[in-house]
Design a protein. Structure first.
Length: 80
């Protein structure tokens, strides 16, 4: 899968999960500061990413997913 495809899917999941305006979501969006995701929101988002991309994200790895770009890079490096 190409990076742009992964980016588009990640943005789609984030937009849907947090009910955001897709036009305002960029790769630099921070889960903690830009959308004020709490820990439960974040865990749910990680689970959605695992389902969407058929990967497993360890708790330790999930802690490093701070932005959409971080998440895309992680998925690109761990996808089958």
């Amino acid at each position: 899968m190409e990076r742009q495809e992964v980016l588009d899917k990640v943005i789609s999941v984030v937009v849907s999960h947090f009910e955001l305006d897709p036009a305002k979501v960029t790769g630099d969006l921070s889960f903690l500061t830009d959308i004020d995701a709490d820990s439960i929101d974040f865990v749910e988002l990680v689970l959605e990413m695992e389902d969407e991309f058929d990967i497993e994200i360890s708790d330790e790895d999930a802690e490093g997913l701070k932005t959409i770009n971080n998440t895309v890079d992680y998925i690109m490096s761990h996808s089958k």
